[in-house]
Every structure is written in C-alpha cells, then in structure tokens.
Design a protein. Structure first.
Length: 212
C-alpha cells in the first residue's frame, strides 16, 4: 500500500486553502505528517513566506498599520512572494520528486482580492498566468467554514486581512466556493467539524482523486 501511495503522491503539488480560521495550517501539517508516514517524501510551505523575501512581503501585507493598502497592491505583493517561493523552494522540491503541501496559493488571491476585493477573478488569473511558472496545483482543497466558527478559532491578535469586516469575509468564502465550481481539481471539504473528522475527510479526498 505504501509503495502505491508513494507512486501516487511523489512529485505532486497539493494546496490547502480557505477563509481565515478554517484550519489550513493545522491540516497542512497533519497531511504532511500522514504523507511522510506513508513513505512519501514531503515538504510543506506557507504562502506568502518561507523565503527571506517572502517573509518580508508577508510582514508588509499583514501589518495592521498598512490599512491604506488597496486590493491591487495586495495582489501584486502576493504574486511577488509566490514567484520567489516557486523559484527558491517549490520548483526544486518538485524536481526532486517530493510532494509539496502548501498553505494557500493563487486560489486565495482569487477569493480575497478577486472576489472580496472586487478586482475580479479573471483578472487575477491573467496576472497569475503572466507572473507564475505554474498557476494551478495538482489538487486544491478548500476548507469551507462559516464565519461564526471561523472567527471563534482566531483566538489571537488579528492581522490586517483578518481585521476586515464580516461582509468582506463572507465574500471571501463565496469566492472560494465559486472557484471550486469553476476549476477542475479544486475540491471542497466541510471544515466546521472536529479536527480528526476533517483530517480523515481530507485523506479520503486525496486518495480518491485522480491526478494528471
């Protein structure tokens, strides 16, 4: 069984995404751990971040003091961080036949800046196509959660994006769900349940999905 899973997931690019408070970081780590236990060489990253340049961009993006920042600026900064992360980390890992598990990717910008920010998903994808070596992973898993549950999980000081109002974050959620209807290999998991239940549902989903 392990050899079958190793063949299936080696060199794959898997993204976990969704609204703030959906559990992306937790489930990215759990999925990476499970893949490693199955003998799959796996590495995880976060977007934006995990490069020196990307972490500096992350600080700019999430700093509550930068409340004048508009959606277009956000979009371009996120793309810049991704371009660096791809060049430094993701591309070498995939070339080494590792499975890359990523916390956020272009799907986030479609939902946040494209839908909630009003820039437009089609325009986001055009810029992503021009900026990035690869727009779509092998699989994107959207962790869907209602606003009340999500906000209850954010038991810390909120960053600049998290501080935006409920109407903004409702549009973010709608953007993710819209994206799942439009794009192949963008799938939705109910993330309102307990961690173990959601994790098992993710494992079932990735095991049943066929990859190009």
């Amino acid at each position: 069984m392990k050899s079958v899973l190793k063949d299936k997931f080696s060199g794959r690019f898997i993204v976990l995404d969704g609204p703030d408070g959906c559990g992306k970081s937790t489930h990215s780590k759990l999925l990476s751990q499970w893949l490693k236990e199955q003998g799959v060489s796996t590495i995880g990253f976060r977007d934006p971040g995990d490069t020196e340049i990307g972490e500096k961009i992350r600080q700019i993006l999430l700093n509550p003091e930068h409340d004048a920042m508009v959606a277009r600026t956000e979009l371009l900064l996120y793309m810049a961080a991704r371009a660096q992360l791809w060049a430094e980390k993701i591309a070498p890992a995939l070339e080494a036949n590792q499975c890359v598990v990523l916390d956020r990717w272009v799907s986030s910008t479609c939902a946040y800046q494209g839908c909630a920010g009003g820039f437009g998903m089609d325009k986001v994808l055009k810029i992503a196509t021009d900026c990035l070596e690869r727009v779509w992973p092998d699989l994107t898993i959207i962790l869907n959660v209602d606003l009340q549950t999500a906000s209850g999980r954010l038991n810390r000081q909120l960053d600049r994006i998290e501080q935006k109002g409920d109407s903004y974050h409702q549009r973010v959620r709608e953007g993710f769900l819209q994206l799942a209807k439009q794009q192949e290999n963008v799938l939705v998991v109910d993330a309102a349940a307990e961690v173990e239940t959601v994790h098992n549902n993710i494992l079932q989903l990735i095991s049943e999905t066929s990859y190009p």
